[in-house]
Structure formats: structure tokens, C-alpha cells
Design a protein around this ligand. Structure first.
Ligand code: AHR
Length: 332
């Protein structure tokens, strides 16, 4: 890999004028200079999903701050929720001969071609936050992030426990994350697996995407409330959709957390505040603070070292009482 970096340095020197002509459309947050570590800094190209949620904002901040602390040059690109933008960004990172490419895939499928291009260019790739569904694991060095299926299971387990003394039926509505995204697929699957143990008791009466955003969470909850007057529980795949849904529930004259119990995932500050206020009943944590570990992984792969194929994030869950305790120290 040291040879690769030397090659990258040479390529960077040869490409200076070409890069100057191209500009730096994938360069916000960049510490300057072209790709390939021309000034000796490790150059990390990072393609982010977008800015759809509080979680994403915290994740972007973690990556930008950690890169600055590590002294890396970060070429940051916001895909605005579109896979085609991520593919374009990755191709641009390849052209710029960055040392390492990292990205959080908008959706699970459709990455093999562009990741093969990165592999052919001998640029290591790290998946952060979200997985891809390619069977070819040689296309990336490591995947750092949460176990989303486990998160869904934790949500289901809380629900089963909460209603253990009741006969049911318990009518559930579900706000899914953005279609095709790993956390949407996996949180749905994990939750469904747990409640499937009591099919007569737990019924998902409506399930629709809320795109991981407050706006869509609110709109979809409004439609759920119009077509169902017997909703007991809302399971939202993230805090933001849950917070949007709370607005819709209150506008309908109902009490979130009481008339409709709410389970969400993430545990960002706004979600935790609603939990402490009794408007949400349970939150499964998903940590966005992936920056420090990502920088370590990037350095190791750039130096040709070996890394774990799967780096799991440590996470917990919060009840209303636990949220009250944790809130004062919550960093995001
Ligand atoms: O991939 C992580 C998920 O993406 C977060 O749970 C959600 O808030 C975000 O949009």
C-alpha cells in the first residue's frame, strides 16, 4: 500500500493542472490541495447520504471534526439522498486519486460497478453507517456501523414486554425509512421477526415510508390517522419521523405517548427530549459518532494494514426515565 501511496503522489503531481481545471466539486470541508496527498496529508473522499435527519447532521459533524483532528484532507460530498450523486462523487474521488474512499450508501443495491472501478484504481473503500448487498466483499475493506436488524428487534422486544399483560389486538402503524436503505429494510425485518411470535396479538395495520424526515413523518401519520381510528402504537424507524408524527397526533387531538405509544430509533437530542417529556415511550439508540473510528480505519488501510471486515457500533436503549438522566450529557 505504501507503493500505492507513492504512485498516488506521482499521479497527483502529474494531474495538478487537470485538477485545477476540474475544480473541486466534491471538496466542501476539504483542507485544500488536490487529491492524492500532495502535501503529505491523508486524503479521504467521503460521500454522505444527505441531511435528512438530526442523526445525519450529527454524523456529518463527527466525520468532519474527526478528519480535522486527525489532520486529514477531507473531500466531503453530499448526495442529497440520490444514489446517482454518490456514484458520481465516488468516480470523482477516483479521478482525484484520493487515498481512501468512504461512503454511507443511500440504498443497499447497485454498487458493484463503481466499487470495481475503485478497486481497479487500487483505492481502498470503507462503508460507514450502512451496508451494501453485494456478495463480493472484496469490493470494500471494512464496514463500520450499527446492527440495524438488532435495533428493530430491540424495538419489538420492548413492545412485547409492554403489552405482556394485555390480550390485544395491538394495532401498530409503521413509518419506514427511505426505500431500499439498509436501516429501513433491517429495522422493519428485525421488528417483524419479534412480533411474529404473537401474530394474533400484534398487527401492523399500516406501514409506509416517511423518508427518514420530519415532514414526511408528519404527512404520512396524518394519512394513517385519517384511515384508522384504532391505532395503539407507532413504530418509526427514526426519531425525526416520530417527531413529525407527534405533531400530527397532537393536531388530531390525541396525546402522543399515551393515546398512541411511540417507539423510535436514533436517540438524538430532540428525540430524547420528547422521550423525557413523555411523548415518546422508548428509543433504540443508533450512534452517529462514527468519525473517530473511521479515521483510524482510513489510516490503517492507507498504510496497507489489515482491518476487521465488520466494525460494530456499541449502542443501548432508553426508557423515559433513562432519557431524563442521559439528556444533560447528550452531545447530539
Ligand atoms: O443510516 C442511519 C439512519 O439514517 C438513521 O437512523 C436515520 O435517522 C438516518 O437518516
Amino acid at each position: 500500500m505504501l507503493k500505492k501511496r507513492a504512485g498516488a503522489l506521482l499521479a497527483a503531481a502529474l494531474m495538478v493542472s487537470a485538477l485545477a481545471a476540474c475544480g473541486d466539486d466534491e471538496g466542501s470541508g476539504s483542507a485544500g490541495g488536490g487529491g492524492g496527498g500532495g502535501d503529505g496529508k491523508l486524503v479521504l473522499g467521503f460521500s454522505q447520504v444527505g441531511a435528512e435527519s438530526g442523526w445525519r447532521t450529527a454524523n456529518t459533524k463527527s466525520i468532519q471534526e474527526s478528519a480535522a483532528e486527525a489532520g486529514y484532507e477531507l473531500k466531503f460530498s453530499d448526495a442529497q439522498g440520490k444514489q446517482e450523486n454518490q456514484i458520481k462523487a465516488i468516480r470523482s474521488f477516483i479521478t482525484q486519486r484520493v487515498d481512501v474512499i468512504a461512503f454511507s450508501p443511500v440504498v443497499e443495491s447497485g454498487w458493484d460497478t463503481v466499487l470495481k472501478e475503485a478497486q481497479d484504481a487500487e483505492i481502498p473503500v470503507i462503508l460507514t453507517d450502512r451496508a451494501i448487498d453485494s456478495p463480493d466483499e472484496s469490493l470494500y475493506e471494512s464496514f463500520i456501523g450499527s446492527d440495524f436488524v438488532l435495533e428493530g428487534k430491540k424495538a419489538g422486544e420492548w413492545l412485547v414486554e409492554e403489552y405482556k399483560d394485555e390480550t390485544g389486538p395491538v394495532n401498530i402503524v409503521e413509518l419506514q425509512g427511505s426505500p431500499g436503505a439498509a436501516p429501513a429494510n433491517d429495522r422493519k425485518a428485525g421488528f417483524a421477526e419479534v412480533i411474529a411470535a404473537e401474530p394474533e396479538k400484534f398487527k401492523v395495520i399500516a406501514s409506509q415510508t416517511g423518508q427518514f424526515t420530519r415532514t414526511d413523518g408528519k404527512q404520512v401519520m396524518e394519512t394513517f390517522l385519517k384511515s384508522h381510528d384504532d391505532i395503539d402504537v407507532l413504530y418509526a424507524h427514526n426519531d425525526d419521523m416520530g417527531l413529525g408524527a407527534i405533531e400530527a397526533i397532537e393536531a388530531a387531538g390525541l396525546k402522543p405517548g399515551e393515546d398512541i405509544k411511540i417507539i423510535t430509533v436514533d436517540a438524538v437530542k430532540d428525540g430524547m427530549t420528547a422521550l423525557a417529556d413523555g411523548k415518546i415511550n422508548f428509543i433504540v439508540e443508533c450512534s452517529p459518532l462514527l468519525g473517530p473510528q473511521l479515521m483510524e480505519l482510513a489510516q490503517t488501510v492507507a498504510d496497507g494494514g489489515s482491518v476487521e471486515k465488520r466494525v460494530l457500533t456499541e449502542e443501548t436503549t432508553f426508557t423515559q426515565e433513562q432519557a431524563k438522566e442521559a439528556l444533560p450529557d447528550r452531545k447530539y
